[in-house]
Design a protein around this ligand. Structure first.
Ligand SMILES: [Zn+2]
Length: 50
């Protein structure tokens, strides 16, 4: 069981905070978006390279 570092709520099973507006969720969203972008740049390699 993990507690949110911002509001102290018990985190959901998926690791998100039950408080929808919590910064914890915002950070998770940013990290997920960054990971997605990472994968996209990985596969979209055709216009890369210097
Ligand atoms: Zn929280």
């Amino acid at each position: 069981m993990e507690f949110c570092e911002f509001c102290g709520n018990i985190l959901n099973d998926d690791g998100r905070c039950p408080w929808a507006d919590c910064p914890h969720n915002a950070i998770l969203d940013v990290m997920a978006a960054a990971e997605t972008a990472d994968k996209q740049t990985d596969t979209d390699d055709t216009n890369g390279g210097t």
